[in-house]
Design a protein around this ligand. Structure first.
Ligand code: SAJ
Length: 418
């Protein structure tokens, strides 16, 4: 018989991962309490609302709340299982900041009882899940924790990294395979019983550190591959070649699949996670470090090219299309597009810069200080501009007809108009 979880479950952190996971479990009949330190998020979810844009999430959350299966709270409740889905940003020296994970572990520790399951979903350096077990053990010496017992532990601690792609979260959360790594094999088994409730992909059981590393490796792999594409775009530019044509042709080889160059790599995952590997094995991580440098340098390269193009005009207007970290999402975290716009605004202080993004209704904080820059609508910005810089390939920008761009200097960092 397949072991299926059927208790009460609390999710700590109602962000891009916690809330979809809460909705996926609740719509399958599990009683889920979402916990967040932000009172606005708690208030929104309690009313069945979603604080960010993600296809199909709003209907799942409102349905789960209406069914009485999903609720939200600022307090960590008693539950049979806990999922920690809080951010793991990095510190100034690129090491992982685990303070949110530690705070979550300390919040749930007093509520645990023998048999409870604790799962860390937050992307974390190898060893963090066992550290969670130690943090809990320090507060609950009455419980047999899995990291320090030869016998059967009373609490099950495991890592199950999230792997969903923003923009496709509600599909991928169901269909992706899941890696579940336990501090002990029994911990992995118990944690898997939760994911079996909604996951249709395979559930792969392993140890906690391998699961942590596998997740970091997935994003480092993508980072290295995007760095290859970005480097190729700069090489092609210097050789006066069209990188999109070069990639199109090379990708017709049966074993070549080059990703797309862009203005840099953004989001809160891919620019962050490789650093956790680099910090764990600094001497061995040469390629990963260079890939990070190539990708981090790309916004500077793009801005330099635009500034050079502007120098050919007397008093140009520059339209920058896109602010989010990638197409068709409203997330601006670690967005290379914002960095490019800022570098252009700084480098061309007397130039009018029009910024467009259908997913952003105001100038982001990072750009607020630049008086030469303002938000504009797509068609108006393109009409007024001498130079059009495409930074994010939102559908709305892709749909712009070629005639609208006629006579303009176009710098398309994403190949959207190729
Ligand atoms: N990008 C390019 N060229 C490409 C692909 C992406 O420049 O060919 C850029 C994007 O524009 C964006 C950045 O890279 O700025 C990251 O975008 P993404 O779509 O590659 O990835 P994320 O950050 O949205 O989600 C990634 C995914 N990881 C992998 O595909 C290995 C997702 O599955 C993870 O769950 C997620 O990170 C996460 O939370 O870790």
């Amino acid at each position: 018989m397949t072991d299926l979880f059927s208790g009460r479950l609390a999710i700590l952190g109602l962000g891009y991962i916690g809330l979809p996971t809460a909705a996926a479990l609740a719509t399958r009949g599990i009683e889920v309490i979402g916990v967040d330190i932000n009172p606005d998020i708690v208030a929104a979810v309690s009313q069945g609302k979603v604080p960010f844009i993600e296809p199909d999430l709003a209907v799942a959350v409102s349905g789960a709340v209406a069914m009485g299966r999903l609720s939200a709270s600022s307090e960590t409740p008693e539950a049979d299982a806990y999922i920690i889905a809080v951010p793991t940003p990095f510190n100034g020296d690129h090491t992982a900041n685990l303070s949110y994970v530690q705070a979550a572990a300390e919040q749930l520790a007093p509520r645990l009882k023998p048999g409870s399951i604790v799962i860390l979903e937050s992307t974390s350096p190898p060893g963090t899940t066992e550290q969670v077990s130690r943090w809990i053990g320090a507060l609950r010496p009455d419980l047999k924790m899995p990291h320090d017992t030869d016998g059967i532990a009373e609490i099950y601690v495991a890592h199950c990294p999230e792997r969903v792609l923003p923009g496709r979260i509600m599909i991928e959360i169901i269909t992706n395979d899941r890696v579940v790594g336990g501090v002990t094999p029994r911990c992995a088994q118990r944690a898997a019983s939760i994911y079996r409730v909604f996951a249709q992909g395979e559930i792969l059981l392993t140890d906690a550190a391998s699961a942590e590393m596998a997740k970091l490796v997935e994003n480092a792999y993508r980072d290295v591959n995007i760095a290859f594409a970005n480097e190729l775009s700069m090489i092609s530019e210097s050789l006066h070649l069209d990188v999109w044509e070069v990639i199109r042709l090379a990708n017709r080889h049966p074993r070549v699949e080059i990703l797309k160059p862009g203005p840099g790599v953004g989001g809160h995952c891919i620019p962050v996670d490789p650093w956790f590997i680099i910090a764990a094995a600094p001497t061995q991580s040469r390629l990963l470090r260079i890939a990070r440098e190539v990708n981090d340098d790309k916004p500077h390269h793009v801005a330099k090219q635009v500034i050079a193009k502007a120098s050919r005009f007397h008093s140009p207007t520059v339209a920058c299309l896109g602010l989010t970290f990638k197409a068709n999402v409203d997330d601006i975290r670690e967005s290379p597009a914002i960095e490019v716009v800022e570098l252009i605004a700084k480098g061309l202080p007397d130039t009018e810069i029009l910024v467009v993004d259908p997913y952003a209704d105001r100038v982001p904080q990072a750009l607020a200080a630049y008086s030469n820059l303002r938000m504009e609508r797509t068609v108006e910005a393109v009409e007024r501009a001498d130079i059009v810089v495409l930074l994010v390939e939102h559908d709305q920008f892709k749909a712009l007809g070629r005639t609208r761009l006629g006579g303009k200097v176009v710098y398309d960092t994403r190949g959207a108009w190729n």
